[in-house]
Design a protein around this ligand. Structure first.
Ligand SMILES: Nc1ncnc2c1ncn2[C@@H]1O[C@H](COP(=O)(O)OP(=O)(O)OP(=O)(O)O)[C@@H](O)[C@H]1O
Length: 678
């Protein structure tokens, strides 16, 4: 054991300190008549060396009161100082090591998500609660001495960094992570698709907050980003394929995603599902049997049929109901004689019944007397519907999502995923968002990745709530929003028209889209036609397209299914223009699809025009979440969806006598990208 002695003259001057020695436990001070031990534990900081006129003093910071060792010759003072400093740092490093290793484990998980950041802060706080002294040490201000092992130095360095870390440091960590991933996986992003991903698409794939929202414009490659993120997570070994779940709303979209994932060997086994299939799977797994889904839920036609029958029954059983219904129908210009068109009423009221079930009855104060009357007419339909489900032991999709959410909340379903990716997020409803939130809460490290475009939110009538997108962070908490603003589908001419049109509603999130394709001439054409000559006009347009671009694809779109050309007409066109790829869709059905040319028909005013002027939706409006103040807000977005299906040109067949207000707006000046054909 090395002894560090004070100057031989110390006792002569009655100085009590004679010598010191270092042990594993601390410093032993040899005083005149006794020995005094100071454990490493009691030293709250490294020692400090001070030079006197000829001799040195060493200051020890002790929790019981500071101690000064005087009368030290220079060589002794320096070596004692070095020895105590090194031993003190070693002692602290040994104490800190488990904490440093726990912090490192959090950091090694990758992107420093808000939840991981909180975990780190908790670790540091917990440690300082146990080790009060340690909390008082300001590691950031201390410089560790030479002689520490790499491990000790790293632990102390990490502590110094973490104790000084703030939000800016976290941001920097996230940015560094992204930069590293972008560099490491640039080959993957170059080669995954037929085209290399853009910088914005790549960034969207690697950002990995607890909740991620990718806000995109039409045609900006949302599907490419969904599948590329899945491939990236697997390639970077942050996830195995079975850790991932990709969710879509419709079967077709889920199937398309599955097909795209199957093209990569690493993502072939990634699970894709619709929300409904997910709900069904959760219920079946937990309950041990498949729930009995009502045919009324599965087939719209069956539901309408049942509602129509119940309306008829209600009228025949209850004369008062019959009279009130007839009055209401007359007032709203529905057919009443020879007898009411119950099917039509059923079709219009079905979404009201769904909304009533989902969101409950509105406050009476919110209803005019006319709407209150309508409510009393609709409520018996809801009661019969619920009664019929209960009687048959059936559930519908809303029940299924609600029950699945409850099972996840109760911990009865073991959530196997760590990454959930959701397509078309703008169309999510509150119950589906609650299911996502429950899944997320069940697995602390689960990250949500939602891709959507608030400009294309078109399912409010069936309960979708676009504010879950526009106020994503308020709903889900710690989030990061990335944007895709380069569209590959359409040219600048279509973009200018469509973006200006949709942004007339100031509630839409502002976006500036750039286009990959450019054109100098207008690409949105308004063709005034007589309502009876729409088919001829389409035939002429198809002929024109076939002559100029024989292999082109053409969509014929309409607001309502019954406005679309029938199957026989489609077959006739396909025969006449065999090289063209012609398809007909409702505007809702065309969502997510694209064609070279788009023809939109039925652009008139009236109850079944576009936008439809239907007073019957007033009650629905009150029931649905967050009524929109801008007139025809959702129809405007639907029109935007129609415009943005086209890669090259859009043809708007405007009713010559009563043109749609949307078309009047487009052709009335203010939209330089629109050409008007006479
Ligand atoms: N980085 C890219 N380079 C070139 N083309 C791309 C790129 N990313 C996507 N595309 C192409 O852009 C088109 C639109 O992509 P996609 O259908 O994924 O868009 P989207 O954002 O889902 O559109 P929407 O919301 O309108 O349905 C597709 O033809 C796709 O191949």
């Amino acid at each position: 054991m090395q002894i560090f002695r004070a100057h031989w003259m110390a006792p002569w001057f009655n100085h009590p300190f004679l010598a010191s020695e270092l042990t594993d436990h601390g410093v032993v001070l040899h005083l005149k008549r006794e020995r005094h031990s100071v454990s490493w534990h009691e030293l709250s900081a490294p020692p400090k060396l001070a030079q006197g006129r000829r001799l040195y003093r060493l200051h020890l910071y002790c929790t019981q009161g500071d101690i000064e060792l005087g009368w030290l010759p220079k060589v002794v003072a320096e070596s004692l100082y070095n020895a105590i400093t090194l031993a003190w740092f070693r002692f602290q490093a040994a104490r800190i090591l488990p904490l440093a290793e726990s912090c490192l484990k959090v950091l090694e998980q990758g992107y420093l998500r808000q939840s991981r950041w909180q975990q780190l802060q908790q670790l540091l706080t917990q440690a300082s609660q146990f080790e009060l002294q340690q909390a008082a040490i300001n590691w950031a201000t201390l410089t560790p001495p030479m002689g520490l092992s790499d491990r000790e130095a790293a632990a102390l360095g990490l502590m110094a960094t973490l104790m000084a870390a703030d939000d800016t440091w976290r941001e920097q960590c996230c940015a560094d992570y992204c930069q590293q991933m972008l560099a490491d996986f640039s080959d993957l992003f170059d080669s995954l698709e037929a085209h290399p991903l853009t910088p914005a698409q790549r960034l969207a794939c690697v950002v990995d907050e607890d909740h991620n929202l990718v806000l995109a414009g039409a045609g900006c490659g949302k599907t490419s980003v969904m599948t590329a993120r899945a491939a990236f997570l697997v390639a970077s070994q942050q996830a195995n394929p079975e850790d991932l779940l990709l969710l879509a709303f419709g079967n077709e979209a889920a199937a398309e995603m599955a097909e795209r994932l199957a093209q990569q060997p690493t993502t072939r086994t990634v699970k894709t599902s619709t929300f409904h299939a997910l709900g069904l799977m959760i219920l079946s797994k937990v309950n041990g049997h498949t729930p009995r889904l009502s045919p009324l839920a599965q087939q719209e036609s069956a539901r309408i049929q049942a509602f129509a029958q119940w309306l008829e029954q209600l009228c025949s059983e209850d004369e008062d109901y019959n009279l009130r219904l007839q009055n209401w129908l007359r007032l709203h210009r529905f057919q009443v004689v020879p007898q009411p068109d119950y099917r039509r009423v059923a079709r219009e009221w079905a979404p009201i019944v769904t909304a009533l079930k989902l969101y409950g009855e509105p406050e009476p104060a919110d209803l005019s007397s006319e709407l209150a009357e309508q409510l009393t007419l609709v409520l018996p339909l809801l009661h019969r519907y619920q009664h019929s489900l209960a009687e048959q032991g059936h559930i519908d999709f809303d029940d299924m999502i609600e029950q699945a959410t409850e099972l996840v909340r109760q911990g009865r379903f073991t959530v196997p995923w760590r990454y959930i990716l959701v397509d078309e997020f703008q169309d999510i409803s509150a119950p589906r968002a609650a299911l996502l939130q429950a899944l997320r809460d069940a697995v602390p490290e689960l990250s949500l990745f939602c891709v959507g475009d608030d400009w294309q939110a078109i399912y409010r009538f069936s309960g979708a709530d676009v504010t879950l997108t526009t106020r994503f962070a308020e709903y889900f908490g710690a989030s990061r929003v990335t944007k895709l603003d380069k569209t590959f589908r359409f040219n600048n001419q279509i973009e200018q028209v469509a973006s200006r049109f949709v942004q007339r509603n100031p509630e839409q999130l502002p976006k500036t889209l750039t286009t990959h394709l450019r054109s100098n001439s207008p690409s949105v054409h308004v063709l005034p036609v007589d309502s009876n000559s729409q088919i001829d006009a389409i035939s002429r347009l198809l002929g024109q397209v076939a002559a100029e671009q024989p292999q082109a694809s053409v969509y014929v779109l309409a607001r309502f299914r019954f406005s679309l050309p029938d199957e026989a007409q489609l077959v006739a066109w396909r025969r006449r223009f065999p090289s063209l790829n012609i398809a007909v869709h409702t505007l809702h059905g065309a969502k997510g699809k694209e064609a070279d040319h788009v023809i939109i028909l039925g652009l008139s005013r009236g109850k079944y025009g576009f936008p439809p002027e239907q007073s019957a939706t007033a009650l629905l409006d009150i029931l649905l979440p967050e009524a929109e103040t801008f007139l025809h807000a959702e129809e405007r977005r639907l029109f935007y969806v129609g415009l943005t299906r086209a890669r090259q040109q859009v043809f708007l067949l405007a009713d010559q006598q009563i043109p749609s207000t949307f078309v009047k707006e487009l052709s009335g000046g203010g939209y330089p990208g629109v050409s008007k054909w006479e």
